[in-house]
Design a binder for this molecule. Structure first.
Ligand code: UDP
Ligand code: MG
Length: 322
């Protein structure tokens, strides 16, 4: 039996590109099933993320004219990450493997074949990684680079230059969907799932038509979401700054006292300076300590799964968790 593949496509105001996207991805499915790599039952799952244009009309009519097209309409604009999760939630019941890809086809559809081959070789998760970003603007390239650096320095595992173009097996999608947090930063969570992973490289194209749905404001909030949902390190920084200030207080105290005993201080200045620095560092240190507990609460509230069992051997019987 060949695996059933589902291609999940989040679409937000994509009427300019959607016809081409659906056509091209249907051809990919046809090509792969002719080669016997996937089942002819494989389908597209187009998720309309509350578009204001004709995106849904296009998807709906495609579902009638093309049996390979499934449509999912969200009640409003829930954002790229939630649109992806919605698509995966529906697809996981029907598919053995799922590929997520943006509607603008900036990501090279030809590597879906390689992803499927790696899936056949036993990989549960295959990451699409951009080799070149020649077509991205200077700003986008560099802001993205800065973001990846910052994420890794703050301790979140992300795959460098990988966005949300990836193949995931049924069992790994199930694990992803078992994360209950509201604020899902998918590309940060997927690497924590485990299993055998692999990577395919491709060149990123320019957007086919329409404009980016990630303007600067959305990009910055996406980056902040990514960092704050993975790291409580910024809280620790407050504590460290408090300690540094306390050390600085010691040298300032020395300077102030020398001035005082040297008769170079105005009345009241010495006590004011000393208490100002000392109290400020105490406040920062206390904030850091409170923050440490808030960080713990934050992690508890997210209620992330602690582990996933891949297989177990009990009484000589091996059980694989699917
Ligand atoms: N998208 C979405 N909801 C949103 C914003 C974007 O579903 O609120 C989709 C969009 O239709 C596209 C993908 O997410 O398929 C990535 O968006 P885009 O290509 O505009 O981002 P960029 O490539 O510029 O980062
Ligand atoms: Mg794009």
């Amino acid at each position: 039996m060949q695996p059933i593949l589902g291609i999940v496509i989040p679409c937000y105001n994509e009427q300019e590109v959607l016809h081409t996207t659906i056509k091209q991805l249907s051809e990919v499915i046809d090509g792969l099933s002719e080669k016997g790599l996937i089942s002819p039952e494989s389908k597209l799952y187009c998720v309309d993320d509350g578009s204001k244009d004709d995106t849904w009309t296009i998807i709906e009519s495609a579902t009638q004219s093309n049996t390979k097209v499934n449509g999912i309409k969200l009640s409003g604009n829930c954002g790229h990450q939630n649109a992806l999760l919605a698509g995966l939630t529906v697809a996981v019941d029907y598919c053995d493997a799922m590929v997520t890809i943006d509607a603008d086809l900036q990501d090279d559809t030809a590597v879906i074949k390689t992803m499927v081959e790696k899936f056949h070789e036993g990989a549960d998760i295959v990451y699409g990684v951009r080799q070149s970003r020649d077509t991205d603007t200077y700003f986008k390239k560099n802001s993205a680079l800065m973001f990846y650096r910052m994420m890794s320095s703050l301790g979140a595992k992300t795959i460098y230059n990988h966005a949300d173009y990836r193949l995931m097996s049924k069992r790994s999608v199930k694990k992803l969907l078992s994360f209950r947090e509201r604020n899902m930063f998918i590309r940060g969570i997927v690497p924590t799932i485990g299993y055998k992973t692999d990577v395919v490289y491709y060149d990123r194209h320019a957007r086919m038509a329409g404009e980016s749905k990630y303007p600067l404001k959305k990009m910055v909030s996406f980056a902040i979401d990514g960092i704050t949902s993975f790291s409580t390190r910024p809280i620790r920084m407050i504590f460290s700054v408090g300690i540094l200030m306390l050390l600085a207080t010691l040298s300032i105290a020395l300077y102030v006292l020398i001035s005082y005993f040297g008769g170079k201080a105005w009345p009241g200045w010495t006590s004011l300076m000393l208490s100002l620095w000392f109290i400020s560092s105490l406040i920062l240190i206390s904030l850091g300590i409170i923050g440490e507990y808030i960080g713990k609460i934050y992690i508890e509230v997210k209620d992330r799964p602690r582990f996933f069992i891949e297989k177990s051997i009990v009484d000589g019987k091996e059980e694989i968790n699917l």
